[in-house]
Design a protein around this ligand. Structure first.
Ligand code: BCO
Length: 565
């Protein structure tokens, strides 16, 4: 396959393929972005070539298991062949064109990776969503994005069918399942009969590649759009120095396919380094299955949310002999130092925390070789200049608490999201002076290590999920028992924090049994919106604290929960 690398070779006036060294140099700001870049053509197909010449170990590119004896192992060459077929499915029978947006709601199955790479090959904009999304969430995403196609598994079909009539832009429904469904094209059937002849499109470096929905304090989730290079090149240093990957490594990152952490750990960082991405289908998280997997497979590198490590250290880990595990990572929510210490004491392995966001990827991390300061998120990751700033955008000195911010002027780092689609106000609100503000508060010490303090707004970070209180309150108010509610974070020993709802009951429900009503409200939220955001704690109150203009003071309730005055 002709490499699509766009650097003009200095001596020979020839197009030379981009190399890992080029990608590193771009991240160090020593080289400018190439005009065109396509991860499938410029990275994956290059590893496929290296496999043929023996420059890469005979390690799969993707290794998938489901715990029931089924297994898929694809080399980069096979991934190339199969994703070209998938690309033809998307462009031919599905009729999709470069730039069209495709909502992909699939569990951890190999087809998720195929569709992802197929979107790269065809220049389609990939919009992943967790299978925990409910009909209302899917409707919002399809309408807001004007998606042309939805790719889904059978468990998502009823929710899609219940709202599809309200999505005039949606032209194609593609089902990934051995079963067929009326009104849906069958991926499996089309895939069998489709050719593998496909030329990767020459996408521009700044061309949109993916959209992630991300929650905030107010309103519905925003659409954070990433470019071909922000995802495709921006994780080079993260893969090399935080994940410490080489092409002989096997990384298991357990994040759900709907989150950018899946893109970071199970696609871009890993495949940039030519490593093998290990996937366990695991429909329901279970610590025994998790530990058995580490003892059965030669996984070298593990990445999961702190909540998982908090669950794991409850077990007697000394009983388990991990086959090849050597490097452990965590991120998505703050890690408590005690868990890091317990993990190390029981397994002999360090835990390298990283901190990042959907909008900008990994911001700081404890990189391999750096001293770990327990409780710290590590140092800034290149190319970011990370500072703590005050409300006027001034840099604060070490030791002072303020907002964690990334310098974006005079040049916006290429690995930033490009914008919140159709939302210039919210995009502009992320800028303060010369900086992008994360919405997180923190402190930097004199050695350049960062400590997380908490959110600057009402967003709840529970088990690594970013949960907008508005979305949970909107679900609660649909229930006839709820007159009004306020949703805030509350401390939790396993999940870091959980969603707590303060509920004022409507008159007919005032004397209902509180335990039964709590369960009914939790069940209602799980059905109305993504179950991970249901309120694990509910308190019934006669009234909510409000400002004189009638706005609910969530901060008063939150401070009370956290024992702050
Ligand atoms: O705990 P419960 O059983 O009461 O509730 C659970 C589920 O049972 C329930 N649920 C799920 N599907 C349901 C359902 N209920 C009814 N019907 C259904 N169809 O909903 C609750 C879901 O909670 P969960 O997802 O936390 O489940 P679980 O099993 O406790 O999983 C634990 C974790 C740690 C594996 C999970 O929380 C997790 O994966 N967390 C990490 C999230 C993550 O990857 N975050 C990264 C985001 S990207 C980012 O941060 C940027 C960084 C650069």
């Amino acid at each position: 396959a002709k490499p699509t690398g766009r650097y003009l070779h200095k001596d020979h006036q020839l197009w030379a393929p981009l190399t890992l060294a080029d990608f590193e140099a771009i991240n160090r700001c020593e080289k400018s972005l190439p005009k065109n870049f396509n991860f499938a053509g410029d990275v994956l197909d290059q590893w496929s070539q290296k496999e043929k010449t023996g420059e890469r170990p005979a390690n799969p590119a993707l290794w998938w298991v489901n715990g029931k004896g089924d297994e898929v192992k694809w080399s980069f060459e096979e991934l190339g062949f199969l994703s070209r077929k998938a690309a033809n499915v998307l462009t031919k029978p599905c009729g999709l064109k470069r730039g069209d947006r495709v909502a992909v709601i699939l569990p951890r199955i190999p087809e998720w990776w195929l569709i992802n790479v197929a979107c790269m090959r065809t220049g389609l904009v990939f919009m992943p969503g967790t299978t925990q999304l409910r009909a209302k969430d899917i409707l919002y995403r399809l309408r807001a994005s004007k998606a042309k196609c939805i790719v889904a598994s059978e468990e998502v079909v009823p929710a899609v069918e219940s709202i599809v009539s309200e999505c005039p832009d949606l032209k194609t429904k593609l089902l990934v399942s051995p079963c067929s469904q009326n009104g849906w094209l069958s991926f499996q059937e089309l895939f069998q009969s489709t050719s593998a002849e496909h030329s990767c499109v020459e996408t521009g470096s700044q061309e949109p590649m993916a959209i992630y929905f991300t929650s905030g304090t107010t309103g519905s989730p925003k659409m954070a759009q990433h470019s071909q290079s922000s995802l495709g090149i921006g994780y080079t240093l993260c893969g090399r120095y935080w994940l410490d990957l080489k092409s002989s490594d096997i990384i298991w990152n357990i994040s759900d396919t709907g989150w950018i952490k899946a893109a970071i750990g199970s696609v871009f960082s890993s495949w940039l380094q030519g490593a093998c991405v290990f996937v366990h289908r695991m429909a329901q998280f279970d610590t025994d299955t998790f530990l058995d997997t580490l003892t059965t497979y030669p996984i070298t590198t593990l990445c999961s949310a702190p909540t998982v490590y908090r669950m794991l250290v409850q077990k007697d880990l000394k009983r388990y002999k991990f086959k090849k595990l050597r490097h452990c990572l965590t991120g998505g929510e703050p890690l408590n130092p005690e868990v890091l210490e317990q993990w190390k004491a029981q397994t002999g392995l360090e835990l390298y925390e990283g901190y990042g966001q959907t909008e900008v990827g990994i911001i700081c991390a404890n990189q391999k070789g750096q001293e770990i300061k327990s409780g710290s998120m590590g140092k800034a990751v290149l190319p970011y200049d990370v500072q703590i700033i005050d409300e006027n955008g001034n840099i604060l000195p070490p030791g002072k608490e303020g907002e964690i911010a990334l310098r974006l002027k005079s040049t916006r780092p290429f690995c930033f999201f490009s914008e919140y689609v159709d939302n210039p106000e919210k995009t502009a609100a992320t800028v303060r002076g010369d900086f992008y503000v994360t919405g997180d508060r923190g402190v930097m010490d004199s050695d350049g290590y960062f400590w997380f303090v908490g959110r600057a707004d009402d967003v709840i970070i529970s088990s690594g999920y970013r949960i907008g209180p508005f979305e949970v309150e909107s679900a609660l108010i649909e229930h006839p028992a709820v007159a009004e509610s306020a949703v805030v974070s509350s401390p939790d020993p396993i999940r870091g924090e959980v969603v707590k709802a303060f509920v004022v009951l409507s008159a007919p429900f005032k004397s209902s049994n509180p335990e039964k009503l709590t369960l009914a409200l939790q069940d209602h939220v799980k059905k109305s919106t993504a179950p991970y955001s249901y309120p694990r704690k509910v308190e019934f109150v006669p009234e909510l604290p409000k400002t004189i203009t009638g706005k609910i003071k969530r901060n008063v309730l939150r401070d009370h929960e956290w024992g702050r005055t």
